[in-house]
Design a binder for this molecule. Structure first.
Ligand SMILES: Nc1ncnc2c1ncn2[C@@H]1O[C@H](COP(=O)(O)OP(=O)(O)OP(=O)(O)O)[C@@H](O)[C@H]1O
Length: 312
């Protein structure tokens, strides 16, 4: 049966001691989507993923994984890159990938065949017979990631998969994630780097302070902040400020910046043109996901920072 939702969670709660680290998170990850769980350090992303996978039990709430109410029953259909990286240092790269696949039910011979192709795809074809301890940290991380997808799981869960990778390997990983989605898999990954989420996510949730603060598409997240207008008059002259919106501020280049009014920019421009100021330049700047994230988590960042410090 193909579930509409690869993952669902309702009111997930986890306490460590007295402190609720996850305080009632709801999630619905559509099958076949790339879904990002975004949040600052200490927000509760890893704890949430671990509860979804059945690695730890929630103190309250319900979740389903590929339609299973007991997540472990779906484990052969899931691939997982945990936050803690680690492979047997004496194992060779191809063997390590095949071994991780075998843990999820893939025959070793098939795992080795697929491992060779996968390693080639990420530019590690030369390292198939290299021992893990001889690989760089980033290369070993890619090997571990291939081990999470070699059995072609329906759901791939990646905890901060981009951290520790150089820009070239980050691009390879992005391509790999898109390739897996195109194969039909669902990808759920956590990150606090907005650029990857902005490029990859079909949908995303932002959690901070153990609570979900936003759920939707990247565009919907960006639309939580108004767009800004940069207007450069052709003929700046005294009195122009009176024709501009109240929040307009002058810029060093002779232009003005203001919030895009609900009615659009035209009602602002028409009087400026009529008064002879003209238009030498006009840009409507949409907020980035980074800016939306900072605003959405802003109120809760202090709490999350102190939580992160507690752990260190
Ligand atoms: N086993 C544990 N015992 C006690 N506290 C824990 C445990 N695991 C996590 N925490 C605390 O729970 C909070 C959330 O941690 P978690 O790792 O889920 O956050 P995160 O969003 O993944 O953070 P990061 O981006 O820094 O990895 C942190 O304050 C952390 O110290």
């Amino acid at each position: 049966m193909t579930a509409t939702w690869a993952v669902t969670a309702e009111g997930l709660v986890k306490r460590f001691g007295e402190r609720p680290v996850v305080g009632g998170v709801d999630l619905r990850v559509p099958s076949g989507a790339i879904y990002g769980v975004l949040g600052p350090n200490g927000a509760g992303k890893t704890t949430t993923l671990r509860m979804l996978l059945g690695i730890i039990e929630p103190d309250a709430g319900h979740r389903t994984l590929l339609g299973e109410a007991v997540p472990r029953e779906a484990s052969d259909r899931v691939g997982y890159l945990p936050e803690e990286r680690g492979l047997y240092p004496t194992m060779k790269a191809r063997e390590a990938v095949a071994f991780l696949g075998a843990l999820r039910g893939l025959p070793l011979s098939e795992g080795r065949r697929r491992a060779t192709d996968l390693l080639d795809r990420v530019g590690l074809g030369h390292a198939v017979d290299e021992k893990i301890r001889k690989l760089s940290k980033g290369m070993a991380q890619l090997v571990q990631l291939l081990g999470a997808i070699v059995h072609q799981p329906e759901l791939i869960v990646l905890d901060e998969p981009f951290s520790g990778l150089d820009p070239v390997n980050q691009e390879k990983l992005e391509a790999l994630i898109v390739g897996e989605r195109d194969r039909g898999a669902t990808i759920l990954f956590s990150t606090h780097v907005m650029a990857h989420a902005e490029r990859l996510c079909d949908r995303l949730a932002i959690i901070a302070g153990g609570k979900r603060r936003f759920e939707g598409t990247v565009d919907e997240a960006r639309a939580t902040l108004p767009s800004r207008v940069h207007y450069l008059p052709r003929h700046p002259a005294p009195g122009i400020a009176a024709l501009l919106p109240a929040d307009a501020v002058p810029e060093g280049d002779g232009g003005w910046r203001f919030t895009l009014p609900d009615a659009g920019v035209e009602p602002v421009l028409l009087p400026l043109i009529a008064a002879g100021h003209g238009i030498a330049g006009l840009t409507i700047e949409r907020p980035s996901l980074h800016e939306a994230f900072v605003r959405i988590v802003g109120d809760h960042a202090g709490h999350d920072r102190s939580a992160g410090e507690n752990r260190a």
